[in-house]
Design a protein around this ligand. Structure first.
Ligand code: 5AD
Length: 350
């Protein structure tokens, strides 16, 4: 798909046109990744963060947040829940916290791998290539690191580098690929200061990075962050709306047809009742139910009113299953490796 075509879709408000986009995306989804919806058990293993991201409620300067770091044993308990619920993957996510030492993450990976058949996805921020290699060696399968925006200037503004260490997430994503991880990235829609052209470039970058997994969500202002305080008004600002999010999901599916694309929590926050169903009918094929213990989960506040769906109770799991069946889809069994990655492995080996 050409740039001007992507821009045209992004800007159209014509609902009969958009219906075409939704069906193109849904067809591409059915053809390339099938009707299964894979569930990933999301474990928010800690909310301590060394960064000062202007958008995120976990930023180090937010003194109003009470911080936690789960122990290896607590994390293992959650992984066992994931097995009990029939999930094939756990996603371990945290702020950027060196308190999760190389060795501690190694131990978590080894113990989960020795006890279960779960795929392990890490999402613990920017870490050194050396430790990424060690974790991969120990059995970590996948890594998620959003590039947040393809506009380098905007990125540096909203995601200040640490002293003496310039952030280069694109470089890290290529390093992860080389190490054999299944790699996911993505961005936020409607970051203050993000233009339509930026958003177009975000979508093109998904294709350029040739990703296995794509995570996208609308920006939601958090009052305890610089970007949650004053609204920047300028003509070319991309709106962070639900509709924009569906358009971007659909376009992501069309530019990366074989990638796994989760219907994200930020979207479900904008539309708790129907957000998942709509996203899953417009390109997405994965959901990440949150299995973090409730007393920690409520402290993992990237943004306010984060869809707080409890995925642990019997009732909530039944509701989720019904929602998936209501749109004619089924729950995937097994690890649900991205078809894009399987292709790559095949090409790589032959
Ligand atoms: N609104 C929406 N998404 C956010 N994230 C962090 N803060 C916000 C916010 N205020 C997203 C970032 C990050 C992911 C874990 O959560 O894209 O990579």
């Amino acid at each position: 798909m050409k740039s001007n075509e992507i821009l045209r879709w992004l800007k159209t408000e014509d609902f009969s046109e958009l219906k075409k986009l939704w069906s193109l995306a849904d067809e591409a989804r059915a053809q390339n990744v099938g009707d299964e919806i894979y569930l990933r058990g999301l474990i928010e293993i800690g909310n301590i963060c060394a960064r000062q991201c202007a958008y995120c409620g976990l930023r180090a300067d937010n003194r109003k947040l009470s911080r936690y770091r789960m122990s290896v044993e607590e994390i293992l308990q959650c992984a066992r829940l994931a097995v009990e619920f029939g999930y094939g993957t756990v996603v371990l996510q945290s702020g950027e916290d060196n308190g999760f030492s190389t060795g501690m993450i190694l131990e978590i990976i080894r113990r989960i791998k020795s006890e279960t058949n779960l795929a392990i996805t890490l999402s613990v921020g920017e870490r050194s290539e050396k430790e990424l290699a060690q974790w991969r060696e120990a059995g970590a399968d996948r890594y998620l690191l959003r590039f947040e925006t393809s506009n380098k200037e905007l990125f540096e503004k909203i995601h200040p580098s640490l002293i003496q260490k310039k952030s280069d997430r694109i470089k890290m994503l290529w390093a992860l690929k080389k190490l054999g991880y299944e790699v996911g990235s993505g961005f936020m829609i409607g970051i203050p200061g993000q233009t339509w052209n930026d958003l177009l470039n975000d979508i093109l970058l998904l294709r350029e990075l040739d990703l296995d997994m794509i995570g996208i969500g609308p920006f939601i202002p958090h009052p305890e962050t610089p970007l949650g305080k004053n609204k920047i008004l300028f003509d070319d600002q991309v709106p962070s709306t639900e509709l924009m999010t569906y358009k971007v999901f659909a376009l992501a599916r069309l530019v990366c047809p074989k990638a796994n694309i989760p219907s994200t929590t930020a979207l479900a926050t904008l539309n708790p009742a129907r957000g998942h169903e709509l996203a899953l009918s417009r390109g997405a094929n994965v959901i990440m139910p949150n299995i973090t213990p409730a007393h920690y989960r409520e402290r993992y506040q990237l943004y306010p009113n984060k869809a707080f769906a409890d995925a642990i109770s019997v009732e909530s799991r039944r509701v989720l299953k019904d929602r998936i069946h209501s749109i004619g889809r089924k729950i995937g069994v097994g690890q649900g490796t991205s078809p894009h990655f399987k292709n790559y492995e095949y090409n790589y080996k032959t």
